[in-house]
Design a protein around this ligand. Structure first.
Ligand code: KG4
Ligand code: ZN
Length: 347
């Protein structure tokens, strides 16, 4: 079975081809330059950039996969959550292609696709759902931070999520305060490598609370006040590195502590991680160390599948078709605020 998948929920235009559980092509065109000067994603510009990028990205996906349109059996697209104008571009393109090919169409929940992205192996990434086991999943990116109990395939329950900023958003906003370019997460990761994580004591919001929720806006505010009270602090490169390492350490400690606590409480034996922030090297290492100490198996999404991409959309769509999940109407609309809890379970 070959699936053509589209992802345009935010600022990445991506088209993928997945066949028999294997990602044959996963083309991602990032809009970083479009939004860089604004320090964040501008929804209107994101939608326009998707419109311009979709055709060349799709063409490259067909080339990379060495597949013809007639060989596509089904078409999938991210239906939500995300920026309305951005979602509309990918969804409409996918529905038009499905109509032309008379192929079934699946509208996929963006977070659900992230949740199952750790279940691949090899290069190119191929589905490894045979190894699936119940897990606590940490989903961390620019738009979302949540802990999810995944009881069985396609059966999940959100345990907690962020009350304000997402972890990636915190990286990005702190980076903006420091004058780093957007998105600042990867740059903070790099600068933190040679910094002292204990140099500056920053808050660990909600770390001791007996719930699975997160809050990162206070951490960002703490950095704002710290910099306000120390004019010229950012003139000194070693201080920048120390601040990056200290912010990163605070975020990582909260994420890891709450993930392990949820895993212990729920009785699962496996922890998974997905979303853009899972690219962070300190987070990957801290999760690996904690899981080893506490005897949890750990599966983290491959780096290419962490940030937004259509490969994860295609993999989940194929899985849903194999499990006879309902297909989506061709005239279905986008769902910009679709709660993960409302995704329909296995048919
Ligand atoms: O999953 P993603 O591509 O988009 C959303 O769905 O939000 O995640 C993007 C986020 C950005 O906030 C970016 O700064 C963060 O992931 N990110 C990182 C790293 N790489 C990406 N944060 C920290 N360390 C990284 N290495
Ligand atoms: Zn995402």
């Amino acid at each position: 079975m070959a699936i053509l998948a589209f992802e345009t929920s935010c600022d990445e235009t991506s088209v993928a081809v997945v066949r028999d559980g294997r990602i044959l092509a996963n083309v991602v065109s990032s809009q970083i330059e479009v939004h860089a000067e604004y320090g964040g994603v501008v929804p209107e510009l994101a939608a326009r950039a998707h419109l311009q990028n979709l055709l060349p990205v799709a063409r490259k996906a067909f080339n990379d996969a060495n597949i013809r349109p007639e060989e596509i059996h089904a078409v999938a697209a991210t239906r939500g959550p995300g920026l309305p104008g951005a979602l509309m571009m990918g969804l409409q393109a996918a529905q038009a292609v499905a109509y032309m090919l008379r192929a079934p169409f699946l509208g996929i929940h963006h977070h659900e696709a992230h949740l199952y992205s750790p279940w691949t192996r090899g290069e190119p990434p191929s589905a490894d759902f045979g190894a699936f086991e119940p897990n606590i999943s940490l989903l961390v990116s620019g738009g979302h931070t949540m802990l999810v109990l995944v009881r069985s395939e396609l059966d999940h329950r959100v345990l907690g999520s962020t009350l304000d900023d997402a972890a990636g958003e915190c990286f990005d906003k702190v980076g903006k305060l420091m004058g780093l370019s957007y998105p600042a997460g990867p740059e903070i990761d790099r600068l933190a490598e040679h910094g002292n994580p204990e140099a500056i004591r920053l808050p660990r919001p909600l770390i001791a609370e007996a719930n699975d929720d997160f809050s990162f806006s206070g951490l960002k505010t703490a950095v704002r006040y710290f910099l306000r009270d120390r004019p010229g602090f950012l003139d000194h490169e070693p201080d920048i590195r120390d601040l990056c390492a200290s912010v990163q350490a605070a975020i990582v400690e909260v994420l890891v502590t709450k993930t392990i606590r949820a895993a212990k409480r729920s009785g699962v034996k496996c922890v998974t991680g997905s979303g853009g922030v899972i690219c962070n090297r300190a987070l990957r290492k801290a999760l690996a160390d904690a899981c080893e100490r506490q005897h949890f198996k750990l599966r983290l999404a491959e780096r290419t599948l962490c940030t937004d991409n259509a490969g994860m959309i295609g993999l989940l769509a194929e899985r849903k078709l194999l499990k006879n999940c309902e297909v989506t109407n061709l005239d279905s609309d986008i769902l910009p605020s679709w709660p993960l809890q409302q995704v329909r379970m296995t048919a």
